[in-house]
Design a protein around this ligand. Structure first.
Ligand code: TXA
Ligand code: MG
Length: 336
């Protein structure tokens, strides 16, 4: 299949492909999504084929309005309206009881559905033009770091999908928060993401974490969480919190002949004197949102370099740092 590259003035063409049951990658404020008409079973299956994604892992549907949401969920409880009024459009996916003509492979057999309204203007315009909700996982090959540029999508999926809409680099850089509201008394985060626990608690009071986020032994309720994820080809190690211990790890590996790539904040890179090594900056260490925005693209960039292991600085698990560490730990083969 020939993959068309469309700039964001070509949304009519992209919408036509979607209406005719084809798969199109498009930018959102989190990462690039791989979209198909969520009401068309055949179209949705093409997403799973292109990504090589296991079919029991349900997809998020993307809507452009609350009216559109109401067509595909049984009810919108008061707590969902509260979340929507604060965080939509934006990186917060709501899991609610489903209804209406959604293709069964979108939900992987579940009675619930994950829905979000993205805030990226290209995404919103595309959903409106297509006139249907778009099922869209991240537009990477299954298991790879999620794409934050159209080029990442091209590297993973060229020849497998009809078109890629280029909307530049995405802003948040990590996927949306998945918030289960099927029990309105117990709002539960299934996947940490662009909207933080702290932000949700400021609006809702207590918010729960799915047990697997606290304890790896528990069975994850968000089916996607059990698969290996976000990994480059090279092994990724999460460094210890202490920079002195991290320096010792690095020097030991180099003594053993490893070619080390370092992904860390400007402050760490300076203290590790990493200008002689392959390295990528996560920005100012006091701005974890920069680290979140750069994590996936930096893992891809270091993977392309002549390195044998990628060492990454840990951030504190609070605010957006929670989502950063969640993705990093899933990508990692060792956590030091
Ligand atoms: O930011 C994002 O959410 C991106 C952009 C493209 O919107 N999309 C994304 O989709 O990350 P995906 O398919 O890579 O991740 C969807 C996550 C998975 O962990 C999946 O298991 C969970 O949402 N999920 C979807 N529907 C669910 C449901 N009904 N119940 C529980 N978890 C669900
Ligand atoms: Mg994904």
């Amino acid at each position: 299949m020939q993959t068309a590259f469309l700039d964001s003035s070509k949304l009519d063409e992209a919408a036509e492909y979607l209406k005719s049951g084809e798969v199109v990658a498009f930018p959102t404020e989190t990462v690039y999504g791989l979209g198909a008409d969520a009401t068309n079973e055949k179209a949705v299956r093409k997403i799973f084929e292109a990504k090589g994604r296991p079919s029991d892992n349900p997809l998020i549907i993307h809507v452009a309005s609350v009216d559109q949401l109401e067509r595909y969920v049984e009810t919108v409880p008061a707590i969902a309206r509260e979340v929507i009024s604060h965080f939509w459009p934006g990186p917060c996916t709501l899991v609610l009881n489903k209804k209406g003509p959604i293709a069964s492979s979108v939900t992987g057999g579940l009675e619930t559905i994950g829905v979000r309204m993205p805030s990226h203007p290209v995404a919103l315009a595309l959903i409106e033009k297509a006139g249907v909700p778009l099922a869209a996982p991240s537009a990477n090959s299954s298991g790879k770091p999620s794409p934050t540029t159209a080029l990442h999508v091209k590297r993973d999926l060229e020849g497998k999908i009809k078109a890629i809409v280029d909307g530049g680099t995405t802003g948040v850089g990590l996927e949306s928060t998945v918030l289960d509201l099927t029990d309105p008394k117990k709002p539960t985060i299934l996947r940490p993401g662009g909207v933080t626990l702290e932000e949700l608690e400021a609006v809702l009071g207590q918010v729960w974490l799915d047990p697997h986020l606290r304890d790896d032994a528990a069975v994850p309720k968000s089916p996607g969480m059990k698969y290996k994820h976000y990994s480059p080809e090279k092994p990724v190690w999460v460094l210890p919190e202490s920079i002195d211990r991290s320096r010792a790890v690095l020097e030991q590996l180099e003594k053993e002949g490893e070619k080390v790539g370092v992904l860390a904040s400007d402050q760490w890179l300076e203290q590790l004197k990493s200008d002689q090594r392959k390295s990528c900056s996560l920005g100012n260490e006091n701005m974890p949102q920069q680290a979140a925005a750069r994590l996936f693209s930096s893992l891809r960039a270091l993977d392309d370099e002549a390195v044998s292991v990628i060492l990454v600085e840990p951030y504190e698990k609070k605010g957006i740092g929670t989502a950063y560490m969640n993705r990093l730990e899933k990508a990692a083969s060792r956590i030091l």
